[in-house]
Design a protein around this ligand. Structure first.
Ligand SMILES: Cc1cc2nc3c(=O)[nH]c(=O)nc-3n(C[C@H](O)[C@H](O)[C@H](O)COP(=O)(O)OP(=O)(O)OC[C@H]3O[C@@H](n4cnc5c(N)ncnc54)[C@H](O)[C@@H]3O)c2cc1C
Length: 434
């Protein structure tokens, strides 16, 4: 019997899950829902705009959405337009691939001051995500503090410090580019509670900061260990060795002639964000790392800055009917309950690259297929029932052809030397379809 599946979320984990379902159940039907009209999640709205080639990964996912067996239903938010129970009633199984769209909190005084932004919001803003396009960040001073020592923190620092010419070829939103370029920036600090060994950078991303046109990376050689010590597998150790080599090169280079400094500040844990009505600075405590954990030293220092951007991880934002366990959806190896599954960042937390989601989604679909084999084969309404339900509720669903029309309009709207200009408002995307 033909099975019908719902996948909620069209980011990498959802799309890898769709591919795995098609392999396991060659005659199945799949509906892929996304709350945004345009698919592919963080490929469109997270990956740095100046890493435009990485966004090409979405081409393989587009081919899946174009298959006759697959229906893309963009602009449908599960929990708002349709309930989790309705999905369960209408599909043989539901796979949640909703990612993690809330920023984790620092949990320190001053965190709610104007000028503090989570990376999810800040990155969403420069990537034209409709939820964050009105962020209007306070980039009116010479110094920005970025909390976190991973690739997202690096992305933010790079985008803040590149020149307009260096941003050519990127798909950064024009209002964000203009705002960043008009900022009187002189210094961006990247603060990490722990040290270079614990940092989450990948060598390729770290290496990019060597060649920035107007920004010099500043690394204190006294903060760099002589060698990598700790319990790491060969792959991890290799990455850390490469990172250490790059950090040593950066520490040796001195480029005071560049107008902006990107300060790598390890062993610095934020304790308070300073300011009366808005961010005026940040207070940090020096740490030392013992057994991989940051410990206080009691030494405190303040750094003036106009805004603070936290890049310390994301947490899932589940629709009604699904429970959180910490930053992820409550699950056991991807199973939430009978015929309801979760994959990707919502399953395992906000770490890993696009390809990391492949094996993870395949393992969950393997588990799903084992459960379904024991199911009592009730016929489910699938796409036909759900599309009727959505129509009755006046939800303007976006099909894959609609999505292509919106994309064509975005290409038409592109500025010179940029691939496209993404719409920042859902209404503007839908207007293209009228
Ligand atoms: C800033 C940043 C930069 C990154 N850069 C890179 C990079 O350069 N290279 C790389 O390999 N990896 C990169 N990654 C990691 C990569 O993006 C993730 O591994 C991947 O996107 C996670 O996939 P996902 O499907 O779990 O979540 P997501 O990609 O977030 O997809 C989740 C989807 O679910 C949808 N959704 C959420 N809630 C609902 C709902 N209630 N109803 C309907 N739809 C919903 C969302 O709109 C979204 O489309 C980056 C991540 C970030 C945050």
């Amino acid at each position: 019997m033909t099975k019908s599946f719902a996948i909620v979320g069209s980011g990498p984990s959802g799309m890898y899950a769709a591919d795995a379902l098609l392999k396991k159940f060659p005659s199945c039907r799949i509906c892929v829902f996304d709350k945004i009209p345009m698919p592919f999640g963080l490929i469109r709205y997270g990956v740095a705009p100046d890493h435009f080639k990485t966004k090409n990964t979405s081409r393989q996912f587009l081919r899946t959405l174009e298959l006759e067996q697959v229906h893309y239903l963009g602009n449908v938010e599960v929990g708002r337009d349709i309930s989790t129970d309705e999905l369960k009633e209408n599909f043989d199984a539901v796979v949640y691939a909703i990612g993690a769209y809330n920023d984790r909190q620092l949990g320190i005084k001053g965190e709610n001051l104007r000028g503090v932004y989570g990376a999810c919001a800040f990155v969403g803003w420069y990537n034209a995500h409709p939820d964050f396009c009105d962020l209007n960040p306070m980039l009116d001073g010479e110094t920005v503090a970025v909390i976190g020592i991973g690739n997202v923190a690096l992305d933010v620092c790079r985008v803040l410090t590149k020149t307009r010419t260096e941003m050519e070829g990127s798909d950064i939103s024009t209002p964000a580019l203009d705002r960043i370029q008009s900022m009187p920036i002189r210094e961006v600090h990247m603060f990490g509670r722990r040290g270079p060994i614990e940092a989450g950078f990948t060598p390729k991303e770290l290496g990019e900061v060597r060649d920035l046109e107007r920004c010099a990376a500043i690394v204190d050689s006294k903060q760099l260990p002589q060698k990598i010590e700790g319990n790491f597998d060969t792959r991890e150790k290799g990455i850390k060795e490469k990172n250490l080599k790059i950090l040593n090169e950066l520490a040796e280079q001195s480029k005071p002639q560049k107008s902006i400094k990107m300060n790598f500040q390890f062993y610095a844990s934020p304790t308070e964000i300073l300011g009366k009505e808005r961010v005026e600075g940040i207070r940090l405590e020096r740490t030392k790392v013992i057994d991989g954990k940051a410990r206080s030293t009691g030494e405190v220092f303040d750094v003036p800055c106009c805004s603070v951007i936290t890049a310390i991880g994301y947490q899932a934002d589940p629709p009604e009917g699904l429970k959180l366990n910490g930053a992820i959806l409550e699950n056991t190896n991807g199973c939430i309950n009978d015929n309801v599954y979760v994959v990707g960042w919502a399953k395992r937390g906000s770490s890993g690259t696009i390809p990391t989601n492949g094996p993870d989604s395949r393992a969950v679909i393997e588990l799903l297929s084992e459960t379904l084999e024991n199911d009592n084969n009730k016929i489910k309404g699938g796409y036909d029932s759900i599309s009727k339900l959505l129509e009755a509720r006046n939800v303007r669903t976006v099909s894959i052809n609609d999505m292509k029309k919106i994309q064509a309009a975005e290409i038409d709207n592109a500025r010179k030397n940029h691939p496209w200009e993404k719409f920042t408002k859902i209404e503007s995307m839908l207007e293209v379809l009228n």
